[in-house]
Structure formats: C-alpha cells, structure tokens
Design a protein around this ligand. Structure first.
Ligand code: NAD
Length: 314
C-alpha cells in the first residue's frame, strides 16, 4: 500500500508518517514547510516540498497514484485566520479542492481529512455529537467546515470516497507552542524558560484534550472504516486550562506565577466532543488519559532538550 500525507512535516502529520512507515506502508509527504520541519519527517518517507494549492502538488498525486491521501496540511492558527481570512481560505478551502481534484483524477480510494471541533463554534453545550449545529466563530472553523462540504460534494458528484475526522484539541511531542490546541506546548515552553504563565480569560474554559498517538490511530482506522462519515476524534472528557496547568506543574515539579489576560476574540468557552461514533464505526477508542498523555509529552520534551530524542522513538 502507498499513501500520501499532506502536512507530514507538521506536528500530527509527522507522527502519522512514523506510524504508517512502522506498519510497512510506503509514505509520500507533501508539505511546504510553512510551519512543519524537515527534521521531523521520517527519513524513510519520500518528501516533496510543495504547496498544496499548486499544480505541482496535483501532478505529484497523479504520478504517485496513492491508495489513500491523508489531508492534514492546513493553516491551523485561529488568530491568523482572523487577521488574514483570505490566506486561511486559500490554504484550507482552495488547497483542499486542489487535493480533491487530483485525488478524483488519480482514482484515490480514500481521502481522509483532518477537520476540527472549531466547526461548531461557541455552542455552550455539555457534550457535542456529530449532528450538532455548526456555527463557527473563527474563519479557521469556517474554512474547515467549507472544506468538509466540498469533500461531501466530491463524493456526490464523482464518488470520491472519504472519511472526515473532526479532532478535538490535540497535544503531544513536536507541537509548536502556538496555533490550535497549542496551550499544552505553550505551558511546557514557558515553564522550561522560567517565565510566568499568562492565561486568556479566567482559565475556567474547558477543552477536550486528545493525545497525538490516539489521533494517529484513528487516522489509520479510517483506512478501513468510516466511508462517507464525519467522525469526532476525542476523549469525551473536559479539562479546564487551570487544571492543565496544575497537572503540568505537578509533572515538572516547578511552581509558576499565573497572569490572567482578557479573553481572545473568537475563543470558545467550552468544547467537549462525544467519541461514541468513533468507537462504533472506526472501532477506535482513546488509549491515553490526560495525565498519561502529559507525562509522555514531558518525557519526550525533556529527552529532546537533552539531545536524546532519537533514542525515545516516539
Ligand atoms: P501543523 O502546523 O504542525 O501542521 C500543518 C502542516 O501543514 C505543516 O507541516 C505545514 O508546513 C503544512 N502546510 C501548511 N500550509 C501548507 C500548504 N499551503 N502547502 C503544503 N503544506 C502546508 O499543525 P497540526 O496541529 O499538526 O495540524 C494538522 C491538521 O490537523 C490540520 O489540518 C489541523 O487543522 C488539524 N487539527 C489540528 C488540531 C490540533 O489541536 N493541533 C485540532 C483539530 C484539527
């Protein structure tokens, strides 16, 4: 089997590439390195430095004719989407259409898309299921939701098979201290640098934090299951930003000063996604509790700081 991972030099994509390669699957990576890092790309993958909006990217898909495309390349920063909505739309909407056109022509059997809980916006509901109303409160959420609609229409018009995975807030090793769900890496980064921690709002806002390896396993399950489905990938557990900080300081053994700053525009107060559909359809469930995932993240991060990342084999 051969697959393409767009965004395979990024945080989630690079872990997915590692796992696919460990399963003996031939992997090709398409990434323009705008936020990804070449050092993170498994040396056994074929790396193409290319923009997903380009004709070159389409030509590579036609040439490789992969069995499946995992489409993770995206503009992932909520704040940047508010500052520059047209760039966000170019990458997340036009880039996705470009990939879909190429996949349809190359007769790719499965298009697996990285979507997000940001499609729901600020619903203020206890636990969200996939059929909930979608009212994005950022251009990032809107561009991902629009990309989802294109994917569904490509199926209606051309029978381009797909699975849409709506991830909750993903965290883990290699995450840059910024962008969507970046709060865990931001906190680890600040604590390591010895600065104070600033929290937007009162810190009581909650998120459904999912460890990156669980997201990788859900993507792999989507190779076999979930045709024409939109499925949330989450823990179904809420954790507040204040709780995350306490857990991280406990693991690190370092106390920090907290500073509360005004809430950010477009920020969501509470977000928790049901994973029942993922369990039923993908035969997947998360393996990591928040405590276990944070400990793994800490372990990998300290190994990387000591220069031993290679030995940890994450
Ligand atoms: P990331 O920024 O680490 O990875 C994105 C990758 O896409 C990077 O390697 C970047 O260089 C590449 N890329 C960006 N624009 C590109 C373009 N025009 N052409 C080619 N490559 C391009 O982000 P991530 O957190 O790993 O996110 C991966 C996917 O998961 C994204 O689609 C994101 O929307 C989705 N997602 C992430 C989270 C999260 O919490 N991190 C939550 C929900 C959904």
């Amino acid at each position: 089997m051969k697959v393409i991972v767009t965004g395979g030099a990024g945080f989630i994509g690079s872990h997915l590439v590692d796992e696919l390669i460990s399963k003996g699957i031939k992997v090709h990576v398409l990434d323009n390195l705008s936020s990804g890092k070449i050092e993170q790309v498994n040396p056994q993958a074929n790396m193409y430095v290319v923009d997903i909006c380009s004709e070159d990217a389409k030509n590579i898909i036609s040439y490789i004719r992969p069995d499946a495309v995992f489409h993770l390349a995206a503009q992932v920063d909520v704040e940047k989407s508010l500052q520059n909505p047209s760039h966000d739309a170019d990458v997340n909407i036009i880039g996705t259409i470009n990939m879909l056109e190429a996949c349809q022509k190359a007769k790719v059997k499965k298009f697996i898309f990285a979507s997000t809980s940001a499609v729901y916006g600020n619903l203020n509901k206890g636990i969200i299921s996939e059929d909930e109303e979608t009212v994005p409160s950022s251009y990032y959420g809107l561009s991902k939701l629009t990309a989802e609609s294109y994917i569904r229409l490509f199926y209606e018009l051309y029978r381009q098979n797909y699975t849409i995975l709506r991830y909750a807030n993903v965290y883990g090793p290699r995450q840059l201290p910024k962008g969507e769900g970046g709060v865990v890496s931001v906190f680890f980064d600040r604590i390591n640098k010895g600065g104070s921690i600033s929290i937007h709002g009162d810190g009581k806002q909650t998120r459904d934090f999912i460890y990156v390896h669980d997201v990788v396993n859900a993507n792999i399950a989507a190779l076999d299951y979930g045709a024409q489905e939109t499925i949330q990938i989450s823990t179904s557990q809420s954790t507040s930003i204040n709780e995350i900080l306490s857990l991280i300081t406990e693991i690190n053994g370092i106390q920090v000063t907290k500073e509360f700053t005004p809430p950010r525009e477009g920020d969501i107060k509470h977000s928790c996604l049901s994973n029942k559909k993922a369990q039923d359809i993908l035969k997947w469930s998360p393996m990591y509790s928040i405590e276990a995932g944070l400990k793994e993240t800490y372990f990998h991060q300290t190994s990387a700081l000591d220069g031993h990342e290679e030995e940890t084999n994450d």
